[in-house]
Structure formats: structure tokens, C-alpha cells
Design a protein around this ligand. Structure first.
Ligand SMILES: C[S@@+](CC[C@H](N)C(=O)[O-])C[C@H]1O[C@@H](n2cnc3c(N)ncnc32)[C@H](O)[C@@H]1O
Length: 643
């Protein structure tokens, strides 16, 4: 069986699937956040497959009757120690999450940012609200109604007939709810940079049969702002980076992405996930689990390493919480839930946001997140798989000892996602919690950036050409190194992800920017072909998760195109433009008919047809124009599109 390698493994879907097929799996990536997830699923879970849980309650009630095959024992410990963490967190920070006026459990507080109205005759603390809707499903319609007296605004909850008034912020700017003065974003930015944006409580979401909505309660505001975390992530965000759209409003440090209460909660959970390791270790020893005194990173398989493993997964749970506990999390009125901060791979301004009760059963809370991680452990466990191997490596310079590899990879796509910058959001918490267990992986203050293959001009003083060069050179070096390592029985498969912004709505008032679809294609194809690969097929694939906010339910393009590539024989001949065009005309119509018969959908056909077209182009060492110059990929793509 071939060993599968993904040199851009990210969170590990390719190595994980390889492992589930029973193939030895290797993965590498530069990014510690992504790498830790891959390590978790392909290294750590299989290492403790079939382990019996060590938590005393689990042992009393379940140990002898339970089925601990694959990752179930480890998952059970994550649940149980996670429940202990919940209890401890309630003792430490429970007072920050007050009940409603009639003893209701509040699941979410809905806030809006505020700015002082620039109209001197008004001066209201004007709420900045994109939408006043709380629930939009038929029969549940609920919204916030602003009620204005002079320059004061209070909020009531309305249901039933009628509809919410328009929000006070749209793409053009804001409007004062008290005096109707239009307010430009520039003013809000200036106020934000001066630290003068505030917040006001719009509504509270209470648990009950379904959810109920309560008007704001001033005592709740006082409690929320009384939180005083003793540690906050004081690391600086980049001044400019792909997908970062909040610095202009004065959010310049990672700590600015969270409310005080969210910071206090994250700090508490991070402390508890770190400290629980000692208890897991002593419980594991008490159960008689063998111990080799080796840490997880030293290859340990006993109690010491197991304690590291449980703490690792609990920290991942804490990290999942952070994704739902930022002041950039919208409230989804369609499903009445808090949305993850990374609904799109950006950090964009959110004017009205939801703040979850981290201690109750609700989206983004600790109980939900630790159970989610436990569930993932169970689902991710391979079938009889041996642990894979995961390393932090720069794909463009990786020296690998292994040969005869089946390479399958989903590489970074030009300027689509600024993974390294964005993942600092998670890194800051992981480093705090797990820096002791993975000293090497978390040795840097933030995620390493310089070697990342991304065409981000802000890394090159705004120089787009240099950014392009960095990306192209890195790709070429990567594929040159990989070519020497391939198992020639199999094609190398490369995933090409469509740029999210091709369909996404631009952010509130800012253009999403970016390059055309062709630039990404061109760069990938040019790198592959110039390093001696030929493309033998392409296939459109729909992603299982509809992660694009806008594409849900729409007739969107396939999320990926998979390219099958093989090294081009050294003896490959060159051809002329005329012969190339003749062959395209002969071969493409049949190839397209095949694609149609293979149920490639009409919207995907143009993209899929690039495969057979490129197969013609890349089988030659070069295609020469009448002028004697080499025909580039861009020109070839244009010809393919015309047929
Ligand atoms: C499209 S993502 C891979 C996603 C992955 N398939 C998954 O399941 O999460 C591309 C990955 O390439 C990584 N990357 C970018 N430059 C790299 C480099 N020079 N060396 C190694 N990995 C790099 C990024 O950190 C990112 O995780």
C-alpha cells in the first residue's frame, strides 16, 4: 500500500481520509493551529485507541461494561473531565452570568456597539445595529423596537404582526436613531481609534420552551462590565492583512476581539484545561495504566502521554469556544443561534453581536464545545488504523526521507485565505494552554508567517508583484521537491478551491477585493506544468459542508476542482499553436460529452473542461506561438474557454 502525503495538510482531512482507507498517512503544514488538529486526529487518537477511560466516575459506572473500542474511552474522559471543568468554572465565574428577572437562565446577551451622535444638538449614544430582527422563522417573528425619548433610546421586544424597522447601519454608513442624522464610517472609525465606541444591551435570550426574548436589564450590563480578566492576549494584530477589516475601528490587539466577560471566561477555561492534566495523570496512574514517563511529544504511550492527550483535546474545546465567544459573532435570526466568528474566513466588523452564556447548554458554550470535541474524537478514529505522522514543515523546503509517496493535497490558493494571520485568533489561546505540552510547536509568540505561501501584498509593503513572485516560487519549489518523491503508480491529486469571494457579498461597506478566478488557476497550472507535470484529468467536487455563507441553497459552483497530475516524460515533444488548436478542437467536444454523461452539472462544466484542455496543452514540453515564443497558460486557458 502506498503511503499518502499531504504537504499542506491544514486540519488534516486528507491524511484522515487516507487513514480511514487503511493507508499509512503523513501530513505536514507550517501552521501550528492546523497541525495540532491533524496531530489530534491522525496521531493522538489512534495512539490511545481502545483505552479504557481513567476518570473515576467513568470507571465506576462504565469501565467494565463499556465499549471502549477506537477512541470511545478517550472521548469519555474528555466529556468527564470537561464536566469537572464546568463545575470549577461555575464556581469561579458563575457570578458573571446572572439569571433573568424571573429566574430564567439567560443563554445569550445581544449587544450593539454605540457611538456618540456627531450632531451637537443630539449627542445621543447612538446604537449601531445592522438588523433589529431576533427571530425570523414563520410563527416566531420577534424583533427589538427602539423607543426614543429626546436623545435617549431604550429597547422593547415585539412579536407577532408588524416588522422591525430598518437597521441603523448599512453599507453607506449609519443613522442616528434619535435625530436621523446620517453618520459616515469615517467618523465611526475616528471615534473607534480614540477608544470611544461603547456598547448597549439590546435584548436577552432566555432558555425555555423554544427561546424567549427579554428586554435589556441594567443590572446585567453592570455585571457584564465588572468582569476583570487577569490575563489578556496583548499581541498585536497585523496593520493590514488578508481578511482583516477591523483595525480601522481601533481594534488593533487580539484582546480587542473579545468582551471583558469573554476574556475572563476564556482565561478561566484555559487555566482549567491546563491544570486538569495533573489530575488525569494521577487518576491514570491510580487505575494502573502503564507509564513510560514519556510525554506525548516524546512518543509516550503511557499515563504521562495520556494526560497530555486529554489536556490537548480539552484545550481544543476551549478554542472552539473562542470561535463563538468574540464580539465579532453575529446573532443568526434565521436559526436563533450565535454564529461562529469565522462564518467567512475574515475578521470583519460586527455592529450587533451575541454574547453566549459560556456555562449553559447553548451554541458556543463550554458544555457544548467539550462534547463536540469528544464527538469528533469518536467520529475521527480510523478503522484499525495505525497512527499517522505529522510534522511542522515548510512545503517549499521540506527535506523528506521517505520516497514512493502518493501525494494528494489541497494547497493554499493564491490570496484566498490568510490562514496564518487569521489563525492567530486561536493560537493565542492554544499557546497559553498548551505551550508546556508542545514547547516546539508554540515557540513563537504568534503563528509563523514569512514562509507561508499566500499572495498577500501587505507582507511585501503592498507590492503585488513581489507577493505573486513569493507564491509562485514557493509553489514551484514545492512541486519540484514532490516530483522526486512520487510513487509513479499513482497520479498526484491537487485540489483547487474556489475563491470564496467569487460569490460572497462584500463586507458592509468595504470591497472584498481580490484577484480574478484566472489568476489562481493560472498560477497553479503554470507551477505544475513548468515543474514537469502534465494534467491528465480534472473533476469538480462539491464540498460536504456548505461553508460559504452565501452559497447555501444557491446554484453555486462546485467548491473544488481536483487535478490529476503525472510527471511529463522527459521525451515529450513540443508543438505549434496551430497543432495545439487543432487537437483541442478534435478532443474537447468528446471530453465534454463524457463529462456531461458523468453527471457533471451544467454550472461546473466550463471549469471541468479545463482538465481535458490542459491535458492537451501539458502533454507537450512547450507549445510555441508563431513568433517562436512559448504559449503561456493564460493564453491556453483562453483558447480552451473559446471551444
Ligand atoms: C487549503 S489549506 C489546507 C486545508 C486542509 N485540506 C484541511 O483539511 O484543513 C492550505 C494549507 O497550506 C498551509 N501552508 C501555506 N504555506 C505553507 C508552506 N509554505 N508550507 C506548508 N504549509 C503551508 C496553510 O497553513 C494551510 O493550512
Amino acid at each position: 500500500l502506498p503511503t499518502v502525503l499531504d504537504p499542506f495538510c491544514g486540519g488534516g482531512s486528507i491524511p484522515l481520509e487516507a487513514q480511514r482507507l487503511g493507508l499509512p498517512a503523513r501530513g505536514s503544514d507550517l501552521n501550528p493551529v492546523a497541525l495540532l488538529i491533524t496531530k489530534g486526529v491522525v496521531e493522538i487518537v489512534p495512539r490511545f485507541a481502545n483505552a479504557v477511560p481513567v476518570h473515576p466516575e467513568a470507571r465506576q459506572t462504565l469501565a467494565h461494561s463499556g465499549n471502549w473500542s477506537r477512541g470511545k474511552g478517550l472521548a469519555e474522559d474528555v466529556r468527564r473531565y470537561g464536566a469537572d471543568i464546568l463545575q470549577a468554572a461555575r464556581e469561579r465565574i458563575g457570578h458573571l452570568y446572572p439569571k433573568g428577572p424571573d429566574g430564567e437562565t439567560i443563554l445569550t446577551w445581544l449587544w450593539a456597539r454605540t457611538v456618540k451622535c456627531p450632531n451637537p444638538a443630539c449627542g445621543a449614544e447612538m446604537p449601531l445595529v445592522r438588523s433589529f430582527s431576533l427571530a425570523t422563522k414563520a410563527g416566531r417573528q420577534t424583533w427589538v423596537e427602539p423607543e426614543v425619548t429626546g436623545n435617549q433610546c431604550t429597547f422593547a421586544i415585539k412579536t407577532g404582526k408588524g416588522k422591525p424597522r430598518a437597521g441603523t447601519v448599512n453599507r453607506r454608513g449609519a443613522t442616528c436613531v434619535c435625530c436621523n442624522t446620517p453618520v459616515a464610517f469615517n467618523y465611526i472609525r475616528t471615534e473607534g481609534k480614540a477608544g470611544r465606541l461603547g456598547v448597549t444591551l439590546l435584548a436577552m435570550v432566555a432558555a425555555g420552551r423554544g427561546k424567549t426574548y427579554l428586554p435589556p436589564d441594567t443590572s446585567h450590563v453592570a455585571i457584564a462590565v465588572s468582569a476583570s480578566p487577569s490575563w489578556t492576549p496583548e499581541t498585536q494584530m497585523p496593520e493590514k492583512a488578508l481578511g482583516f477589516r477591523v483595525q480601522g475601528y481601533g481594534m488593533t490587539h487580539h484582546a480587542d476581539l473579545f468582551t471583558l466577560r469573554q476574556l475572563a471566561a476564556m482565561e478561566t477555561l484555559s487555566d482549567l484545561a491546563k491544570d486538569v492534566r495533573a489530575r488525569v495523570l494521577s487518576d491514570a496512574k491510580a487505575t494502573g495504566m502503564a507509564d513510560d514517563d514519556l510525554r506525548l511529544e516524546e512518543g509516550g504511550t503511557g499515563a504521562t502521554a495520556y494526560a497530555d492527550a486529554v489536556s490537548t483535546f480539552l484545550s481544543m474545546g476551549v478554542n472552539r469556544c473562542s470561535g463563538f465567544n468574540s464580539s465579532l459573532c453575529r446573532w443568526g435570526a434565521d436559526n436563533e443561534k450565535i454564529m461562529n466568528v469565522f462564518g467567512r474566513q475574515t475578521l470583519s466588523m460586527v455592529w450587533d453581536f451575541g454574547e453566549a452564556n459560556i456555562l449553559e447548554e447553548t451554541v458556543g458554550s463550554w458544555p457544548t464545545c467539550k462534547d463536540y470535541v469528544a464527538e469528533c474524537i469518536q467520529v475521527a478514529t480510523g478503522y484499525g488504523s495505525t497512527p499517522g505522522q505529522v510534522e511542522q514543515l515548510d512545503a517549499a523546503h521540506a527535506i523528506r526521507k521517505e520516497k514512493n509517496l502518493l501525494v494528494s493535497t489541497d494547497p493554499p490558493y493564491y490570496d484566498n485565505i490568510g490562514y496564518a494571520d487569521l489563525s492567530d485568533f486561536f493560537y493565542i489561546w492554544l499557546r497559553r494552554t498548551l505551550g508546556g505540552i508542545y514547547p516546539q510547536l508554540f515557540s513563537t509568540l504568534l503563528v509563523p508567517k514569512a514562509a507561508e505561501l499566500v499572495a498577500d501584498p501587505s507582507r511585501f509593503d503592498g507590492d503585488k508583484d513581489k507577493a505573486k513572485e513569493h507564491f509562485e516560487d514557493g509553489f514551484k519549489q514545492t512541486f519540484t521537491l514532490l516530483k522526486e518523491k512520487l510513487d509513479l503508480r499513482f497520479p498526484m491529486t491537487v485540489y483547487y478551491a474556489f475563491k470564496q469571494d467569487d460569490e460572497g457579498e462584500p463586507d458592509d461597506e468595504e470591497e472584498s477585493g481580490g484577484v480574478s478566478l484566472t489568476t489562481g488557476w493560472e498560477t497553479l497550472l503554470e507551477s505544475l506544468i513548468s515543474t514537469g507535470f502534465q494534467i491528465t484529468a480534472t473533476w469538480p467536487v462539491r464540498a460536504s459542508q456548505q461553508w460559504r455563507m452565501r452559497s447555501r441553497g444557491s446554484n453555486a459552483l462546485a467548491s473544488y476542482i481536483i487535478l490529476a497530475c503525472r510527471p511529463r516524460p522527459e521525451s515529450a515533444a513540443m508543438t505549434t499553436r496551430r497543432d495545439f488548436l487543432t487537437q483541442l478542437k478534435t478532443e474537447l467536444p468528446t471530453a465534454i460529452r463524457h463529462l456531461q454523461h458523468a453527471s457533471v452539472q451544467a454550472v461546473d462544466l466550463a471549469q471541468a473542461a479545463i482538465g481535458p484542455g490542459m491535458a492537451v496543452y501539458s502533454r507537450y514540453s512547450r507549445v510555441v506561438e508563431a513568433s517562436g515564443e512559448r504559449m503561456g497558460v493564460r493564453t491556453a486557458l483562453a483558447h480552451i474557454n473559446q471551444i
